[in-house]
Ligand binder design. Structure first.
Ligand code: ZN
Length: 233
């Protein structure tokens, strides 16, 4: 599905798979945001790349929102084909190990992947004419980041699992959407505090929804929801 002139979603819930993979076309190739799962996502990605007359050999970068199997599972696959893989330093170890930390209840493994670009806190990431702002939002995992970029004049945010599928962060706590054993509700609330006044135009989640408009109060509302719902802060 094409979302903007050079922005595509290649797999995800709209196509019957678990997690979204987004692609941005630019002068030197394709930037993927997240990489999907090793078995489930690849057939969909290949099908949609072909439909849009794009090729996996064009994938120059894979920007990982956080180190979970359903977002980083195919990172090694694309790296072997020449893509550079970016991840925040706090989630570097988990993607390089290809497994969750010891003691995690979900012992799902995936192909380990070396990180080529290690993101350190907040900052900019430039890829030819594309400039991403990287916003560190620990909570779901210690190394969770949001990639923010202007495309077609719109302020587009790739948020990974910062919001759960139904968009209601208080459910993270109630329903165990903790991601892994490193989940921190305190960090999560601090991340929300940072974003509460932000008003992106488009919010593209790792699961659930793709919002191309109507995002003005999204983070403010979500922050209010968790302050009311979580007594543990
Ligand atoms: Zn996750």
């Amino acid at each position: 599905m094409r979302l903007l002139n050079n922005l595509y979603v290649l797999t995800g819930p709209a196509f019957g798979t678990l997690s979204h993979v987004y692609a941005i076309k630019y002068s030197d190739g394709l930037v993927f945001i997240d990489a999907g799962m090793k078995d489930e996502s690849l057939p969909q990605i290949e099908k949609h790349l072909a439909y849009w007359e794009l090729a996996e050999e064009e994938v120059s970068h894979v920007l990982i929102t956080h180190g979970h199997w359903d977002h980083a599972g195919l990172a090694a696959y694309y790296r072997e084909k020449g893509a550079l893989v970016a991840v925040h330093r706090a989630d570097r170890e988990i993607i390089e190990n290809g497994r969750p930390p010891a003691g995690d209840p979900l012992q799902i493994t995936w192909p380990p992947c070396r990180a080529d670009i290690v993101l350190d806190g907040n900052g900019k990431l430039s890829i030819a004419e594309l400039t991403f702002e990287v916003i560190h939002v620990p909570g779901h995992t210690p190394g969770s980041v949001i990639y923010r970029i202007t495309l077609d004049g719109r302020d587009v945010w790739f948020i990974g699992d910062f919001l759960p599928p139904d968009g209601r962060p208080e459910h993270n706590h109630k329903h165990g959407w903790t991601g892994d054993i490193r989940f921190s509700s305190r960090d999560y609330i601090e991340s929300f505090k940072k974003l509460a006044r932000m008003q992106p135009d488009c919010v593209l989640a790792g699961h659930g929804y793709i919002r191309m408009d109507g995002c003005e109060d999204l983070f403010k509302q979500a922050y209010a929801d968790i302050l009311l719902a979580w007594p543990c802060r």
